[in-house]
Design a protein around this ligand. Structure first.
Ligand code: CAA
Length: 259
């Protein structure tokens, strides 16, 4: 349990990685470290079956801590070896479904935190953007890469070059968020969906791995990865349960054990 980042698991197997660093959840070095620990916990704990990222009801995260960053030299950043990137990589690799519930600002590193999730649910008051360019820097934790893979080259360039803030609705049109909910409902809606995924088969992990790792490869290699993982699903009890349930009761009735 970190000072700024906590992991709370409900009795449906959904963990919430909650960031709480007043006033705007700015990401400093300690937060990066605590994100890394939270990612490891969510990866390793078998009782955690899906994850929600949340910054609380007011703000998701206003980005890297500018007051800290403005004192850091090139050499210091170089020596730290990309601590925030490493933490976000660990979050992005959690082998379970992850949903970001975004209230308020998700800017810079805050938007990049949301990009580590499989899905982004935005509150109607959310504002998203990559304003680093206005500080004389570029996004440094996925904003030129995960963002581009999500929305495409031209839209990513518009977002990064302009540095402007986008409303939740604009972000939905761009494909940056998946859906928009009233601000006081967005967290509950994310948890509700996460609970559905928490009941899903072990194959969800295979599907995430196939998509996230496959997109980094050429098509032939990605298809071979898919074949390997498809074959691997036949080693799970869930595959037996799922197919037997279909034969006995029709589609969508299986109760999986996630093993
Ligand atoms: N880091 C450190 N402090 C921040 C901060 C940040 N990213 N964002 C806001 N704050 C601080 C403000 O300085 C202010 O502190 P004081 O009360 O001590 O003056 C406090 O939070 C409240 O902020 P505002 O008074 O500005 O509140 P607002 O409601 O008018 O605006 C805001 C809120 C839109 C978030 C605005 O503060 C803002 O634009 N923040 C900067 C956003 C940004 O540029 N993010 C990118 C950071 S760089 C990055 O993330 C690099 C990367 O890729 C890893």
């Amino acid at each position: 349990m970190g000072e700024f980042v906590t992991v709370l698991t409900d009795d449906h197997g959904v963990a919430t990685i909650r960031l709480d660093r007043a006033p705007v959840n700015a990401l400093n070095e300690q937060v990066w470290g605590e994100f890394g620990e939270a990612a490891a916990q969510c990866t390793e704990d078998a009782d955690i079956r899906a994850v929600v990222l949340w910054g609380g009801p007011k703000v998701f995260a206003a980005g890297a801590d500018i007051k800290y960053m403005k004192e850091v030299s090139y050499q210091e950043f170089f020596a730290s070896g990309g601590g925030l990137q490493r933490a976000f990589e660990a979050l992005a690799r959690i082998p379970k479904v992850v949903i970001a519930a975004i209230n308020g600002y998700a800017l810079g590193g805050g938007c990049e935190w949301a990009l580590t999730a499989d899905f982004r649910y935005a509150a109607d008051n959310a504002q998203l953007g990559q304003p680093e360019i206005l500080l004389g820097i570029i996004p440094g934790a996925g904003g030129t890469q995960r963002l581009t893979r999500l929305v495409g080259v031209a839209k990513a360039k518009e977002i990064v070059y302009s540095g402007r803030f986008y409303s939740a609705e604009e972000a939905r049109e761009l494909g940056l968020v998946d859906c928009v909910h009233p601000a006081d409902e967005v967290y509950d809606r994310a948890v509700e969906t996460a609970r559905q995924y928490a009941k899903g088969p072990y194959a969800l992990r295979m599907a995430k791995k196939a998509i996230d790792e496959g997109i980094e490869m050429d098509l032939d290699s990605a298809l071979r990865l898919e074949t390997t993982l498809f074959t691997a699903t036949f080693a799970t009890e869930d595959a037996r349960i799922g197919m037997q349930s279909f034969v006995d009761s029709g589609p969508g009735k299986a109760e999986f054990k996630q093993n």
